[in-house]
Design a protein around this ligand. Structure first.
Ligand code: C2E
Ligand code: MG
Ligand code: MG
Length: 830
């Protein structure tokens, strides 16, 4: 085309554009035609339709006069981009499309420019196109983008695992929490199928979960409402399994967003809870849990059975409602104070059941604290100890009462006498003590048999009791000896009246096994305060008076008199003789073997003291030890005995006789200062193991000063010596007490063993003692076993060890050695 032609067509174009102007002006966009002479210089607008002012803020005429004005309100960066893209489009000679902003008075609008570009012959460029207002669309897009970004951000930072699938079986995204919780990433599981395989390795379970999932999807599309979670056990990448709640939401075209909630901990806690509550409900101990204000929150089934209250009746109440009323406010305050100080309390107390019945319980309370140390709950666990109390009570009764006659025994008598003395001292009154000994009782026993003797004692006990006032005490001292205590005595002669009366009732004929029998007695009387100041003295003096009466002829009574002091003189010479005894080597130890009932082996020997008194012969310990204790001579004798026993144990050990030697302790000796050190020295001096030595104590030794005793016993126990309670059953017999002491063994007193084969009741008591002792982890030795029958019964009751004439009397050390060597290693258990 020639230049002329070209110019003509250009003009033509111009014209046509002008003619089209009116049409253009009505379009919802601004149409333009413009000519670039060369790139880089501003173009010339040949036509701009009339909407330009509204769209670009510059009217069409202005643009046609000054092309530069068209982008007056376009931000610089957009303008640069426009120039850039126009240049590129010019090179390509094609379609130019560009979006840009127009900002007028801080109001931003978006414009879409669209033009077709033609290159003319002279290399100039002509562009015709239109500008459209796309602000509305742009804002919508922007909002969409923003909400997408927001969603993305939430998705990424959500603490909860979330997965998204596209409805075509692909996984679109798994958030970081997902990977953190379960280990898998989108690479591991690009599809739903792969994800199911990852999480549910068991094909059967996988199929089941898949069915559930598709059901959920279907139901969602039916109801358009999400439903409750599906709970599954999902495997993690590291192989662990977690219990997970899965909730899903769906978009109409099948997109799903799935949220996972790991509830493994809750499930485990709930399971533990279930387990605990079953433990609580099956516990035989009552359990009550209170809040910090001591309001009951929870009780178990045993609580309901023991107290009679149902859970509903006690929830929200305080345990006050269980109080028996037998213990005062101070007692409960003390409990609370102990819990506040130490976090716990345990002990015995009396409670009341719903039906009003009061019962003893063993209760332990623990305070539960939170991380800050604040008490949040109290847990009380208790058991009804009625049965245990009753058996302890039975044992105590038997320990204080004579088994045969049911009268108080020596221990209880001594106790009562001490109490009477205390009040007589206050009230300045007198007490009469009558020592009664039957005459020729031994003959009855020998001629008619022990059984008849027993019947006689029972009958006489009844008569004595009946002849006395309620406030008087009659006790059996053992054998055929009884003691009567008469409190509030006005005149000493009143005691004589009672003595005469008693002699009379004893003398009355009695039918015994179809034989009529008459027996008499002799009574010694002694009055407090004239004849003695303490129980020991009063009993000894009335005994002396009784002997005096016996030698003067029987069937009579006699007061203790100063004449009897003649015997006191005797005692003086006894004291002097005893003082010499230790120095002159007159004391000896005899040894009595102790046998293990099950194996039949000799495991020990009890060292029993004898006094080889010049001119008198061998004196048994009962005749001089109480006296030595009274006169303060026992300490040196005890020291000698311990040293001698240790020496013997060492010598035997060298000769292959490895046994424990038991030494008896007296109270004075045990409580003497430096006693524990003395024991340690003796053991060291003879180079023996501490367990070669056993120390025998009586309950009265311990109970005299229990707190001091505990410390001493613990130190001895630490030293390694064995500790045993001698004559168990004749004193306080509180097994409860024993709990607190580190004792290894109890020795059941001979009086029980004597009766065991005769009375079923005694057998039961012995069995009870053995059971309770074992419960406390103690060994049991039976003392004074004389017959095979007794041994059999003890064996049947699972008694561990025995000692008695059945095996051997106490014998000198040399004899013991021979006895030991001739003893069969293992005795048949028949
Ligand atoms: P115990 O410690 O209860 O000793 C047991 C007593 O029962 C011993 O009497 C023993 O000979 C006796 N016996 C053992 N088996 C039988 C049996 O089968 N039948 C009968 N009827 N008696 C049996 P023993 O030797 O007269 O000692 C009496 C008490 O003297 C001892 O009672 C103990 O309390 C005390 N005693 C002995 N030696 C010492 C000692 O060295 N120091 C101290 N403080 N007391 C001692
Ligand atoms: Mg003993
Ligand atoms: Mg004993």
């Amino acid at each position: 085309m020639s230049t002329k032609d070209a110019n003509a067509s250009l003009k033509d174009l111009h014209l046509r554009a002008a003619q089209a102007g009116e049409v253009m002006d009505s379009l919802p966009c601004v149409v333009f035609v413009c000519h670039f002479t060369f790139m880089g210089a501003p173009p010339r607008y040949l036509f701009v339709s009339s909407g330009a002012k509204d769209l670009l803020g510059v009217d069409a005429d202005t643009i046609m006069q000054h092309a530069d004005a068209r982008f007056r309100y376009v931000p610089d960066e957009d303008r640069q981009r426009i120039e850039q893209t126009i240049r590129e489009a010019a090179v390509r000679d094609g379609i130019w499309n560009q979006e840009f902003r127009v900002v007028i008075a801080d109001v931003e609008r978006w414009v879409d420019a669209h033009a077709r570009i033609h290159r003319l012959e002279d290399d100039s460029i002509i562009a015709h196109g239109f500008w459209t207002d796309i602000t509305a669309r742009k804002r919508l897009e922007q909002r969409r983008q923003e909400s997408h970004d927001r969603f993305r951000q939430m998705f990424e930072s959500a603490p909860q695992p979330i997965g998204i699938s596209d409805g075509k079986g692909n996984i679109t995204a798994l958030n970081p929490a997902y990977t953190q919780s379960f280990g898998f990433t989108q690479q591991d599981a690009p599809t739903l199928e792969a994800l199911f395989e990852c999480h549910y390795p068991d094909p059967q379970y996988r199929a089941q979960v898949f069915r559930e999932w598709t059901d959920v999807v279907e139901r969602f599309h039916l109801t358009n409402r999400p439903e409750g979670p599906v709970v599954t056990r999902m495997r993690c990448k590291d192989g662990r399994f977690r219990t997970v709640e899965i909730r899903s939401a769906f978009a109409p075209h099948g997109e799903a967003i799935v949220m996972f909630n790991d509830i493994s901990e809750q499930v485990a806690a709930a399971e533990r809870m279930k387990l605990w509550s079953s433990v609580l409900d099956h516990s035989s101990e009552g359990i009550v849990i209170c809040d910090a204000e001591l309001r009951v929150m929870l009780v178990n089934a045993a609580f309901e059975t023991m107290t009679g209250y149902s859970e509903q009746e006690v929830i929200g109440e305080t345990p006050r409602m269980l109080r028996s009323g037998l213990q005062d406010e101070a007692f409960y305050r003390e409990i609370l104070a102990t819990i506040a100080a130490h976090g716990q309390w345990h002990g015995e107390l009396w409670s009341r059941r719903k039906n009003g019945e009061v019962y003893p319980e063993w209760l332990s309370i623990n305070a539960v604290r939170d991380d800050h140390g604040t008490v949040t709950h109290y847990v009380g666990i208790f058991s009804d100890i009625t049965a245990r109390k009753e058996s302890e009570e039975r044992i105590r009764h038997l320990a204080q009462y004579d088994l045969l006659t049911a009268l108080p025994n020596r221990a209880l008598l001594t106790d009562r006498l001490a109490q009477l003395i205390a009040s007589a001292k206050r009230e300045q009154t007198r007490i009469g003590a009558l020592y009664i000994d039957l005459d020729r009782f031994k003959e009855v026993n020998d001629s008619m048999g022990h059984e008849a003797g027993d019947l006689l004692l029972v009958a006489l006990a009844k008569r004595l009791r009946a002849a006395l006032r309620q406030s008087d005490t009659v006790a059996r001292m053992g054998g055929d000896e009884f003691v009567v205590l008469l409190p509030l005595l006005r005149e000493p002669d009143d005691a004589a009246v009672v003595a005469r009366k008693l002699l009379e009732v004893i003398r009355e004929p009695l039918m015994l096994k179809d034989n009529e029998l008459t027996i008499t007695a002799t009574v010694g009387i002694c009055i407090y305060p004239e004849d003695g100041a303490d129980p020991g003295q009063l009993l000894r003096n009335s005994d002396a008076a009784m002997h005096e009466a016996k030698s003067a002829g029987r069937n009579a009574y006699r007061f203790y008199t100063q004449d009897l002091n003649a015997r006191a003189l005797d005692r003086l010479s006894l004291e002097n003789a005893l003082r010499r005894a230790v120095k002159q080597n007159e004391l000896v130890l005899y040894y009595q073997p102790q046998i293990d009932i099950r194996s039949g082996e000799i495991f020990g020997a009890e060292a029993l003291m004898r006094w080889n008194r010049p001119g008198v012969g061998l004196v048994p310990p009962g005749d001089f030890i109480p006296f030595a204790e009274e006169r303060g001579l026992i300490a040196s004798m005890g020291r000698w005995a311990l040293g001698e026993a240790a020496r013997q144990a060492a010598a035997w050990e060298k000769d292959g006789i490895v046994i424990t030697v038991a030494v008896n302790l007296s109270a004075v000796q045990f409580h003497q200062k430096g006693f524990v050190e003395h024991v340690a020295e003796v053991i060291a001096a003879h180079g023996i193991a501490p367990s070669r030595i056993e120390l025998e104590l009586t309950e009265s030794i311990i109970i005299r000063d229990a707190n001091a005793a505990i410390t001493l016993l613990e130190r001895l126990h630490e030293l390694g010596v064995f500790l045993s309670i001698d004559d168990f059953g004749t004193g306080y017999s509180s097994l409860n007490y024993l709990r607190r002491f580190p004792i290894d063994r109890i020795k059941i007193d001979k009086s029980f063993v004597d009766e065991i084969a005769k009375h079923a009741g005694t057998a039961r008591v012995v069995s009870g003692i053995i059971g309770l002792a074992k419960g406390l982890g103690l060994k049991v030795v039976a003392e004074g076993v004389e017959t095979e029958a007794q041994l059999e019964l003890l064996r049947g009751q699972d008694c561990d060890e025995a000692q008695g004439y059945l095996f051997s009397r106490p014998i000198p050390a040399v004899d013991f050695e021979a006895f030991y060597r001739s003893w069969p290693r293992v005795r048949s258990s028949s």
